[in-house]
Design a protein around this ligand. Structure first.
Ligand code: NGQ
Ligand code: ZN
Length: 442
């Protein structure tokens, strides 16, 4: 069984072509693509673009939006935000985790993400004890993704320490902590129901030996490997004090970093680290709106791209769930920095290929053999009306937040039709119940 679609327009590689015949097989992959076609097929009135892989999400943080936006008397920074986040996650039940993730994933789909790498570190009950099934919360994430219909790469997180040098975890981190053996068991369990990647949380959270054990697991599963690396200047200073090198340099010196790796928040890199990161083929995981929200700093995107670096985007703390808003910020911050315009080309296709690489997902372009992760934009929507050709993509990225996303397909299956997600009501109601209950406990 194959389905033939004739798209009014489609983004093929870096350009928009018209009358594109796209054949999708029953296994959800694209069988053939032919521009300027006229064969009879199911007509898609609109622009078809590859959906964006979201390479970094902490789903539960979606329910924290608005709770950490007022400074205390001593001001506010990343580490104080993290304390608020720790207090918040301490009250989440498994039902909450699932309800929030499902809501988030539907919102992501409605705005153009079609897959997500969930960097998942909530493993234990609130008091730090294991659940009867130690994979309980991972299974909740898988269930949420299935219900929403988003493509998932689950990244169970290895979290053992609170600081460089192996300091024990703090009380606020007790829901995260697993031994390397417990972690291997968790990966074995969840790999039966989801595509997985391996995620040592950060160089703060694992010792060099624990990092080695995680890398060995990634090899065993031929899985992608993600790590938070250099988000905060304090983290850079602490890493130098402990290991004599900046975090990205330390990692490149001590681990086989290459194309299977995604370095999330490689924000603070010097020129040498930047060049080495570009050369090794790893993906820089950029989460621009979260990095802005948390006051992290600015990644040197333009030189990194000039050096051949690869990047993808992530919604991270999920205060923003729109891929185009993420890209717009990525560009606008460089404009503000340089007082110039149009400094980075092909943001959208670059984010597609870097994102697909980071998720280990055979997607990210409309081409034979790729998964049919497709987004249909309504070209009659006020955001796009009157635009043609490549300007359609620019109009989507550089206009307001009224979204022209009309239909969304994940691995060959329609999950959004006419702007409606089929589980929207049920998922929205469960999310509202969770939000009201949390409000009564905060
Ligand atoms: C996280 N989030 O794991 O949720 C982190 C903060 C940390 C971001 N870095 C905690 N955006 O890095 O210790
Ligand atoms: Zn993160």
């Amino acid at each position: 069984m194959r389905t033939r679609y004739l798209a009014q327009a489609a983004l093929l590689d870096r350009h928009i072509e018209s009358d594109v015949l796209i054949e999708v097989g029953s296994d959800g992959t694209i069988l053939s693509v032919c521009p300027h076609a006229s064969e009879p097929a199911a007509h898609i009135a609109g622009l078809v673009v590859p959906g964006v892989p979201n390479l970094h999400s902490h789903a539960f943080q979606r329910a924290m939006a608005g709770l950490a936006e007022r400074a205390g008397l001593g001001g506010d920074d990343f580490w104080q935000w993290r304390d608020v986040m720790y207090r918040f996650l301490a009250i989440l039940t498994p039902d909450d985790v699932q309800a929030i993730a499902a809501q988030l994933y539907v919102e992501c789909l409605l705005q153009g993400y079609t897959s997500v790498a969930e960097f998942h570190y909530l493993h234990n009950a609130a008091d730090g004890s294991r659940y009867a099934d130690p994979a309980e919360l991972s299974h909740r994430i898988v269930a949420a993704a299935q219900c929403a219909g988003i493509g998932l790469t689950l990244l169970p997180v290895l979290y053992c320490r609170s600081q460089f040098g192996g300091a024990p975890p703090t009380g606020g981190q007790r829901r995260f902590v697993l031994s390397p053996d417990g972690y291997a068991d968790l990966c074995a369990s969840v790999s039966r129901s989801a595509a997985i990647g391996i995620a040592p949380h950060s160089l703060r959270a694992v010792t060099p030996d624990e990092l080695r054990q995680a890398i060995a697991l990634a090899d065993r599963y031929a899985a992608p490997i993600h790590i938070h690396v250099a988000e905060q200047e304090k983290e850079v200073a602490d890493c130098i004090a402990w290991g004599g090198a900046r975090p990205v340099a330390w990692l490149l010196d001590h681990a086989p970093v290459g194309a299977r790796w995604c370095l999330v928040h490689a924000t603070h890199v010097d020129a040498a680290e930047r060049q080495r990161l570009a050369d090794c083929g790893a993906v820089a995981g950029l989460c621009q709106t979260t990095e802005a929200n948390l006051g992290d700093g600015i990644f040197p995107l333009r030189p990194f791209l000039a050096e051949g670096g690869r990047f993808g985007i992530g919604s991270d703390a999920n205060t923003c769930t729109s891929p185009v808003e993420e890209l717009r910020w990525l560009d606008y911050i460089r404009r503000l920095e340089t007082r110039r315009r149009n400094l980075v080309d092909d943001l959208y296709p670059r984010a597609l290929s870097g994102g697909a690489q980071a998720l280990g997902r055979n997607a990210g372009s409309i081409a034979p053999g790729k998964l049919a992760d497709l987004v249909v934009l309504d070209t009659a929507h006020p955001t796009l009306v009157g635009r043609t050709g490549d300007r359609l993509l620019d109009a989507w990225i550089y206009s307001s937040n009224g979204t022209p996303v009309r239909d969304v397909m994940v691995a060959g299956r329609w999950v959004v039709r006419d702007g409606h997600h089929h589980e929207w009501q049920t998922i929205g109601a469960a999310f509202a119940r969770t939000m009201h209950r949390l409000a009564s406990e905060l």
